[in-house]
Design a protein around this ligand. Structure first.
Ligand code: ATR
Length: 269
């Protein structure tokens, strides 16, 4: 049987095995998918061992997404631009690294009907998670793409790095005062400590949508902010998690899992 796994530390609470098991059922694919805990210092040896053992593909989660890049035989352009790898595909020589996070994000916006084309888009935060969504966001042709952070340096560096792909306007949160956006994407880590980034007054245009890359308890502060802004629609990042998994499954199996709503609903139960 073809074997797959997600690697990380900690890994016990990963949703990936449940997601891929449902994809396999939906598409009549016979495969196994495990969660494997790997400590950072063991990563090079364990990756080699998993290749030698015949694994067909791996998903990569914290804390290995950046470190694994240097251990790949080849890395896709989008993973290089994202600065991280979340999917490994077996080749005869070793592992090919890819990043499906941005594709999962855009697929989820499409599923939800949150438009990007011609709209003013604000991304809050400028860390690793943001790097992964900028390429597909630019490709979706927003009227304007603003990346905002507490300090200006990280957004400025991102604007510079992505210049060949399009225009990103770097801002600080405080400088946004008086602006209005049609789509606000929260990609700060503030929710993980129960907080919302400090923002200056109303920022959402009438009919605007709000999307958080995180889900679960970390989503609560941004949800409360979005409600107070009068958002037309608000979504967490559970659909992005399922979307990035679907893109990995497609790369491995050549089959597209297309009933993502059912998988997301099961995860919410
Ligand atoms: P990730 O991989 O989740 O993107 P990261 O690379 O550490 O994690 O980036 C975290 C992002 O959340 C940064 O943009 C960070 O802002 P700073 O660069 O100013 O630190 C942002 N962030 C974290 N805690 C925050 C808070 N309490 N308020 C606002 N922004 C916060």
């Amino acid at each position: 049987m073809d074997r797959y796994a997600v690697i990380g530390q900690p890994i016990a609470h990963s949703r990936s095995p449940a997601i891929h098991a449902q994809f396999a059922r939906q598409t009549d694919q016979v495969l196994s998918y495990e969660a494997i805990e790997i400590a950072p210092d063991a990563l090079p040896a364990r990756l080699q061992a998993l290749h030698a053992a015949g694994y067909r593909g791996l998903n990569v989660t914290l804390p290995h997404k950046v470190a694994v890049m240097a251990l790949c035989e080849t890395v896709s352009g989008r993973a290089q631009r994202a600065g991280a790898v979340n999917t490994l595909i077996r080749t005869d020589q070793g592992w090919h690294g890819d990043n499906t996070d941005g594709e999962g994000f855009i697929r989820d916006l499409q599923r939800l009907g949150f438009g990007v084309a011609g709209r003013r888009v604000l991304v809050l935060g400028a860390g690793g998670a943001v790097r992964g969504i900028l390429e597909p966001l630019l490709a979706a042709a927003p009227a304007e793409l603003v990346v905002s952070n507490r300090n200006p340096w990280k957004p400025e560096a991102l604007a510079e790095a992505f210049k060949p792909l399009g225009t990103i306007v770097p801002r600080t949160h405080l400088s946004l005062k008086g602006d209005r956006y049609d789509l606000v994407v929260n990609a700060t880590a503030a929710g993980h400590s129960g907080r919302m980034a400090a923002l200056p007054g109303p920022l959402l245009a009438r009919g605007g949508d709000c999307y958080d890359l995180s889900y679960g308890a970390a989503f609560a502060p941004f949800r409360a902010w979005s409600e107070a802004q009068g958002a037309a629609r608000i979504a967490d990042g559970l659909g992005m998690l399922v979307g990035q998994a679907a893109a990995a499954f497609e790369a491995w199996r050549g089959v597209v899992p297309d009933r993502l709503d059912a998988v997301i609903a099961r995860l919410r139960e």
